[in-house]
Write a protein that binds this ligand. Structure first.
Ligand code: GRF
Length: 217
């Protein structure tokens, strides 16, 4: 069975969505370890509630970024993790971890990449004036939100939206497409070829607010 490691810095609602999908039997996997880089991350409470092992890793305890990520990678390897999920982890992941988990690290970003990467996806979308935004699950590479796209959900931006109102509209779709991407990975249905992610079985990777899949075929 797939063993998952989760890296989080805060609230952990995406972590929760994945845990819920596992508990509901939708994903055949187990969360083997939660790693947080903030002592007061609410994600810790969620891990405790679900009896998921967790650890706080303080970046200040390490000589540099590489040592920090090397340590996290070893902890994940010790737990026999096969997929790493960034769930509101507010750092750019370093090479030592990416090299050990190549195309096995996923992230959820609250915009339609490659538009509005970085820390303020909602705010940047609102300020730019786009009419459609959404969220993206992608594999993580060395860049900032630049890895191959796995699934996206399109969500409308309304006149008068603020960072908060758009975030509130997008979040429920994050909670749907992130577990879905994990499920597809766990079932071995995700293939990566260069920048392109193909989902075996012809399943579409575009998710509309109505919740329906639109087939590529
Ligand atoms: C989400 O908006 C996610 O897209 C972004 O960070 C936020 C994390 O929220 N990467 P949560 O901690 O999962 O509730």
């Amino acid at each position: 069975m797939l063993r998952i490691g989760v890296l989080a810095s805060g609230r952990g609602s995406n972590f929760q969505a994945v845990v819920d999908s596992i508990e509901q039997g939708e994903i055949e996997a187990e969360v083997a370890l939660l790693v947080v880089d903030k002592e007061d991350a609410y994600a810790i409470e969620r891990a405790k509630k679900h009896d998921i092992p967790w650890m706080y890793v303080n970046p200040k305890d390490f000589s540099g970024r590489d040592a920090f990520y090397d340590h996290i990678a070893s902890e994940l390897v010790k737990k026999d993790v096969g997929l790493v999920l960034l769930a509101g982890f507010m750092r750019i992941v370093g090479k030592p971890l990416l090299e050990r988990f190549r195309m096995k690290v996923m992230n959820i970003h609250p915009a339609l990449l490659p538009s509005f990467p970085g820390l303020h996806g909602h705010r940047d979308a609102v300020n730019y004036g786009v009419k459609v935004s959404g969220c993206t699950v992608h594999f993580v590479d060395e860049g900032m939100d630049t890895g191959p796209v796995i699934i996206q959900a399109a969500v409308p931006v309304h006149h008068g939206d603020t960072e908060d109102s758009l975030s509130e509209r997008i979040l429920p779709f994050e909670h749907r497409i992130y577990p879905l991407a994990v499920k597809l990975f766990a079932e071995g249905k995700i293939e990566v070829s260069g920048r392109k992610v193909v989902i075996k079985g012809g399943q579409s990777a575009l998710f509309f607010p109505q919740g329906e899949y639109v087939s590529d075929a």
